[in-house]
Design a protein around this ligand. Structure first.
Ligand code: PEP
Ligand code: MG
Length: 587
């Protein structure tokens, strides 16, 4: 078993075809001064032909994977128009009297080495783009042959050191079961394309391989777990074949409901939103037909760096997310560090109980500059979409008022500076502490919405550290005490006439769905991969049946009996659901 990084989900089983590296046979001798003009003509002709070819590829790809992914080739066209890249090539021809192909190769090597040295994934990806475009140009200058794929029509698993978008675009997806690359990242253009094409892909195998993979070797590539099996036993192949079949059937079903409204059989609609922590995750969420972002965990913007992000940097990110959501709601949660989330450059005190300690809104109300910088960035982004603000770890009305007072200051500053923002921006809080549940009626008068953070609410209701393995069996979301907390919260929100959502893990748990229907929550926000399975179940459920079941559930005295009742309900619904989903698929 070889552990790589899963970059495009799905399972591929088949024989490997190992892609040879492109090697170029370049002329060694210098050119004469008299031949300079000829070399420039060859270069420009090569550029023209490359551009035509890229445009064609872009059109073909647009038909297969859609406009979103075909934009990748715009980046390639831009390189061919880039004055810095072109000046480098022209300079080498003009000053060093080298042939056009030699100049192109040296310019590629120069930029690729430069970008590779930078400790920045994005720039490394750009290095791959330059190599890809450069190789295309070289092909036209040298007339070198394209890589020939196996001539029989047997599909294969492509194995390569790295794979460029052009190489991927030339592949017939029907001939490629899957791909495994030695280098690469999940954010590369090839990974984006593989996902769009639905080809399983595992990257980053280089340091894990004990023996090289050869053409013809039997492989299993699991794009979900990032695992590759070389020379698998028959029993393993059988196991994966079964898994592959089940995944295929499930995916086909789910793809059909991406743009279907999330509404129960008896008409209850629930917004299905996504929890994200980066722009990358937003793309996956959008592909799952999300109704918005119910939780943007902004602390990840503060991690993996050496200083606090400036207002401008934060504003750019929040604005991009808001724009990409095109009018769908975006709930931005203010900084929630402390507990298990640390910043290398921000000294937090050593504490005996960090989860009960200096964290989240408590830090923000103490370090008001840090908090106001974020509030200003969020406010400014609110001009570009339906942005809402959410405070985490609220335990009292005073905290909400103090946070709102700083928000008011931020608004006044921005107005004085001439910045525009949504004056009526909605402000909500996370309900994740028992104290907040108990005073939910008071808090509901002060805010526009609640979002229930079940991850922390379970931890604090049951006094079970969510990070402690030794007591993880006590971390029980289906505890009667938790059910009562949830009920109290939603009822207080309803009485106060405010929107109520759920953004903890329980929102994406299929077993909990009848609970949310019975409670009549407005929104469920979850990790993107949970959206379609939840929607599929929602379409076949009835709110009324969930309500009747919930009445009985509230009488359960133990978690065990709650689990049993939910399982029995799920079984009843599933047999019903099989009939309905078949009808749905054929309608
Ligand atoms: C929660 O506590 O449920 C929640 C969504 O917040 P986090 O998991 O980021 O603490
Ligand atoms: Mg939390």
């Amino acid at each position: 078993m070889i552990q790589g990084i899963g970059a495009s989900s799905g399972i591929a089983i088949g024989k490997a075809f190992v892609l040879p590296n492109w090697e170029w046979d370049l002329p060694e001798q210098k050119i004469d001064v008299a031949d300079l003009a000829r070399e420039f003509d060859r270069l420009y002709e090569g550029i023209r032909t490359s551009k035509v070819e890229i445009e064609q590829m872009k059109d073909e790809l647009r038909e297969v994977v859609g406009t979103e992914e075909s934009y990748i080739f715009d980046a390639h066209l831009a390189i061919l128009d880039d004055p810095v890249f072109m000046n480098e090539i022209q300079g080498i021809i003009q000053r060093q009297y080298k042939a056009a192909e030699v100049a192109v190769k040296e310019a590629i090597d120069h930029f690729v080495t430069m970008f590779d040295l930078l400790d920045d994934e994005y720039m490394k990806e750009r290095a791959l783009d330059i190599k890809d475009v450069g190789n295309r140009l070289l092909k036209h200058l040298l007339g070198a042959p394209e890589i020939t794929l196996p001539s029989d029509t047997q599909p294969f698993i492509l194995v390569a050191k790295e794979l460029s978008p052009s190489q991927l675009a030339h592949l017939n997806p029907n001939h490629v079961f899957g791909i495994a690359t030695l280098v690469g990242s999940t954010t590369s253009h090839s990974s984006i394309m593989a996902r769009a094409l639905g080809i399983p892909l595992v990257v980053g195998l280089e340091s894990k391989l004990e023996e090289p993979i050869q053409t013809g070797d039997m492989l299993i590539v699991d794009g979900d777990t990032g695992i590759v099996h070389l020379h698998p036993e028959d029993s393993l192949v059988k196991q994966y074949t079964e898994l592959q079949k089940r995944q295929y059937e499930a995916n086909q079903r789910l793809k059909g409901i991406v743009s279907v409204k999330p509404v129960t059989e008896d008409g209850k609609e629930i917004e299905l939103a996504a929890n994200i922590s980066s722009l990358k995750e937003l793309d996956v969420a959008l592909a799952s037909g999300t109704n918005g972002v119910g939780l943007f965990r902004t602390e990840f913007l503060y991690m993996d760096r050496s200083r606090l992000p400036k207002e401008e940097e934060q504003y750019e990110v929040y604005r991009s997310v808001a724009e990409k959501l095109g009018g769908c709601p975006l709930i931005i949660r203010t900084l929630d560090i402390g507990g298990d989330k640390h910043l290398d450059y921000f000294e937090l005190p050593e504490e005996d109980n960090p989860f009960l300690g200096y964290r989240a809104i408590r830090i923000c109300l103490d370090k008001t500059d840090l908090f106001k910088t974020q509030l200003r960035a969020i406010l400014r982004a609110s001009s570009f979409g339906k942005v809402k603000i959410m405070y985490p770890l609220i335990s009292s009305l005073e905290e909400v008022k103090a946070a709102n007072a700083l928000l008011e200051e931020a608004k006044q500053e921005l107005t004085a500076e001439g910045h525009s923002f949504d004056e009526n921006i909605e402000v909500g809080i996370m309900i994740e502490l028992p104290a907040a549940v108990m005073i939910a009626d008071i808090l509901a008068e002060e805010v526009d919405f609640f979002s229930i953070g079940t991850n922390d609410l379970v931890q604090f209701t049951l006094a079970v550290d969510r990070m402690n393995d030794q007591i993880s069996h006590l971390y029980e979301p289906y505890h009667p005490a938790v059910l009562r907390m949830l009920k109290m919260t939603v009822e207080a929100a309803k009485r106060g006439g405010i929107h109520v959502g759920v953004c903890g893990e329980l929102a994406g748990d299929l077993r909990a769905l009848p609970l949310w229907l019975a409670l009549d929550v407005d929104e469920l926000s979850m990790s993107a991969h949970a959206i379609l399975p939840i929607k599929e179940r929602l379409l076949c459920l009835k709110q009324q049946a969930s309500r009747s079941m919930f009445e009985k559930l509230l009488k359960c005295k133990t978690s065990k009996s709650i689990h049993e009742m939910l399982a029995a309900f799920q079984n009843d619904q599933s047999s019903d659901m099989d009939v309905k989903s078949t009808a749905f698929r054929t309608s």
